[in-house]
Design a protein around this ligand. Structure first.
Ligand SMILES: Nc1ncnc2c1ncn2[C@@H]1O[C@H](COP(=O)(O)OP(=O)(O)OP(=O)(O)O)[C@@H](O)[C@H]1O
Length: 359
């Protein structure tokens, strides 16, 4: 699988070689007989937005808790900015915890404190003087567009505004890594959009590294540069978002992405049979410049029969066009696959079956 050359749509000099902000190696954590993490390895690199997706119970929360030191792995290594954290005492962990800013699904703001006091709280805990805390908190509230609400209480804010405060608070201690745990799952689509824009702006303008844990594939598609798929405590697939979304290999990834990738309409899929005698139906997946090729013509001229588009189109993920098409043609499987092979390995073709009928 091709490595990504962009992060959040921004070209970077070799992100795959950027220094690791968080490095998880062979981490296992069991609860009784439940193996929440099973020798998991994952690297989050400086300046990237990495999406971590997985089904319920896959191990996402346990991984977050291990990363921020709330949970101790049974074995394996976790390094934050090069420092091993698994063998640190709770006291020694405190300054490292501040290197990780957390954003939560339900915001976790203190309702008895004003917006500015919520944002300044991590600074207070870190022993920063009151005037400096206020200055820094106001600066962050300005960054998230809420300076005018500094003295309001959280109950007076909308969900999106609360999350902006949550983000400002997470940034207050100047974290090396922003851990976003389902940060938009409780928000409506429009507010989700504005919060994702904010996270992307912070990533681009401040160079902040983000680990985005979510079950919403649209979130990953909108702002992540890379994606890792966790299942049963292991990373089962990892790569540039455009590549993984264009051609998910693992069954879990395919199932997670089923809702946002074009699928052959069920009524048509149900009609197909491997040994049918009617027109053949096949899919074509291609990324980048290949996505825009005229596949109907490319297949048609070799098959000697018209090729009709049944379903699909071109999506854009980051700066990459991702094409997924379903075609119908009066041809047989071998002829389709022979043509597919001549187009090269970058274009993925799958024969799906024949419709009933006579040829
Ligand atoms: N404290 C615990 N005690 C017992 N089992 C646990 C504990 N924490 C997690 N588990 C188990 O470990 C597995 C992974 O759980 P985890 O909460 O990390 O998954 P998740 O991907 O975050 O799920 P969700 O998306 O539903 O929050 C599950 O089988 C869960 O039941």
């Amino acid at each position: 699988m091709k490595m990504d050359k962009t992060i959040a749509g921004q070209p970077l000099a070799g992100p795959e070689t950027a220094p690791a902000v968080a490095e998880i190696r062979g981490v296992t954590r069991t609860f009784g007989s439940a193996r929440a993490l099973d020798s998991i390895s994952l690297t989050v690199r400086k300046g990237e937005i990495l999406g971590l997706i997985g089904r319920s119970g896959a191990g996402k929360s346990t991984l977050i808790r291990c990363l921020n030191g709330l949970e101790r792995p049974d074995s394996g290594s976790i390094r934050i900015e090069g420092q091993e954290i698994t063998d640190l005492s709770d006291r020694a962990l405190q300054p490292l915890r501040r290197r990780i800013g957390m954003v939560f699904q339900h915001f976790n703001l203190l309702s008895a404190k004003t917006v500015i006091d919520n944002v300044a709280l991590p600074l207070k805990i870190a022993g920063v003087a009151p005037a400096e805390r206020r200055r820094r908190a106001l600066e962050l509230l300005d960054l998230v567009g809420l300076a005018a609400r500094a003295d309001a209480y959280p109950s007076a804010l909308s969900g999106g505004q609360k999350q902006r405060v949550g983000i400002a608070r997470a940034l207050s201690a100047n974290p090396a890594l922003l851990l976003s745990d389902e940060a938009t799952s409780a928000l409506d689509p429009e507010t989700t959009h504005s919060i994702l824009d904010l996270i992307r702006d912070i990533n681009r303008n401040l160079g902040l590294t983000v680990l985005l844990i979510t079950h919403e594939m649209d979130v990953v598609r909108s702002i992540a540069g890379r994606v890792a798929v966790i299942d049963r405590g292991r990373i089962v697939e990892e790569g540039a978002v455009a590549d993984v979304f264009a051609r998910p290999v693992h069954a879990v990834t395919q199932s997670l992405l089923a809702g946002i990738r074009p699928q052959l309409p069920a009524f048509l899929l149900g009609r197909l049979g491997v040994n049918g005698t009617g027109p053949a139906v096949f899919s074509v997946d291609a990324v980048g410049a290949d996505a825009g090729r005229d596949f109907a013509r490319l297949f048609g001229e070799t098959l000697g029969a018209p090729v009709h588009l049944v379903h699909g189109g071109i999506d854009h993920i980051g700066d990459q066009p991702v094409g997924r098409f379903f075609f119908r043609a009066e041809a047989d499987r071998l002829a389709i696959l022979a043509r597919a092979e001549s187009l090269g390995p970058a274009i993925h073709v799958e024969f799906l079956g024949h419709e009933p009928g006579s040829r």
